[in-house]
Design a protein around this ligand. Structure first.
Ligand code: 4G4
Length: 228
C-alpha cells in the first residue's frame, strides 16, 4: 500500500483530498495511507518557532533547518524498512509530467515537504530532499496545494482507484496527446447537435474520429507535446 508522509504547518488543508472524491474513496479502500507531520511539534521553545529571517537580508522569512531535520528523523524512525523518496514542491523544481506521475505511482513510500514563507533553508534540500518538483511555472503561497495535486495524480493511478471504464480511458491520455471532445444528452441543445459520427454506432469510425480530434487539438493547442 502506498504511504504518503507530508510535512506541513497547515495539515488541516489535506482534508481537501481525504474528505471527498476519488482520493477519499481510495483512502477508505486502503489504497494509500497518509500521515501529516507538523514541524512545530519538533521545536523546543515556548513560541514553537519554525521560521527565521534570511541571512544576507531580503524580504520574508524562511523555514528553519532543525525542526525540519527532527521531523524527517521522526518520519524515518517510523518507517525504517520502507525505502523513502522525498519530494520538495517548489517553483525551482522540475515540471511535473504525467510520465513522472506514473513513475511515482509505483513507489511504496513518498515524503512530501511543503514549504511556506519564502521556502526552506537550502541545507534542508541538500540533506533530506531527493527530488524538487514544480507542478507548473507559477508561485502559490505554500507547497500544500501543489502537494495535493501530485498526490491526487498518483492516487488515481493506484489499481482500484478508478472504475474499470475510467482507467481504460485515462490510458488514452497517456498516449501523449490532448483529449478529444466529449458529448452527452441531449443530442441537440440550443441548436447545437452532437457530431453525427458519435451517433452512428460504428465503433471503428468513432475511434478514428476521436484519435483524429486528439491529434488536431494537440497540433493546434500544444504542438510542443508532439515529436516526443
Ligand atoms: C512560498 N513559495 C514561493 C515557495 C518558495 C519555495 C518553496 C515552496 C514555496 C511554496 N510555494 C510554491 C510551491 C510550489 C509551487 C509549484 N509551482 O509547484 C509553487 N509555489
Amino acid at each position: 500500500m502506498l504511504r504518503f508522509d507530508v510535512i506541513s504547518i497547515f495539515g488541516e488543508m489535506f482534508s481537501a483530498i481525504t474528505a471527498q472524491g476519488i482520493s477519499a474513496k481510495a483512502l477508505d479502500k486502503g489504497l494509500y495511507e497518509l500521515a501529516v507531520w507538523n514541524p512545530r511539534d519538533f521545536t523546543h521553545d515556548r513560541h514553537r518557532t519554525i521560521d527565521d529571517r534570511p541571512y544576507g537580508g531580503g524580504p520574508g522569512m524562511l523555514m528553519m533547518y532543525e525542526p525540519l531535520r527532527d521531523t524527517f528523523k521522526a518520519i524515518n524512525q517510523q518507517q525504517p524498512e520502507q525505502p523513502n523518496h522525498t519530494i520538495y514542491l517548489s517553483p525551482q523544481g522540475q515540471p511535473l509530467t504525467q510520465q513522472r506521475v506514473a513513475e511515482l505511482a509505483t513507489l511504496p513510500r513518498i515524503t512530501l515537504l511543503c514549504g511556506r514563507y519564502e521556502g526552506v533553508d537550502e541545507r534542508v534540500i541538500e540533506n533530506f530532499v531527493d527530488e524538487e518538483i514544480a507542478i507548473g511555472d507559477f508561485v502559490v503561497s505554500g507547497g500544500e496545494l501543489p502537494a495535493m495535486m501530485l498526490m491526487d495524480a498518483v492516487i488515481r493511478l493506484q489499481p482500484g482507484a478508478l472504475g474499470h471504464q475510467d482507467s481504460a480511458r485515462q490510458d488514452s491520455f497517456s498516449d501523449g496527446l490532448l483529449d478529444c471532445p466529449h458529448y452527452t444528452r441531449p443530442e441537440v441543445v440550443d441548436g447545437k447537435a452532437v457530431p453525427p459520427v458519435l451517433m452512428s454506432g460504428n465503433h471503428a469510425h468513432i475511434a478514428k474520429w476521436r484519435y483524429e480530434q486528439q491529434r488536431q487539438r494537440t497540433q493546434a493547442r500544444r504542438p510542443d507535446l508532439l515529436n516526443n
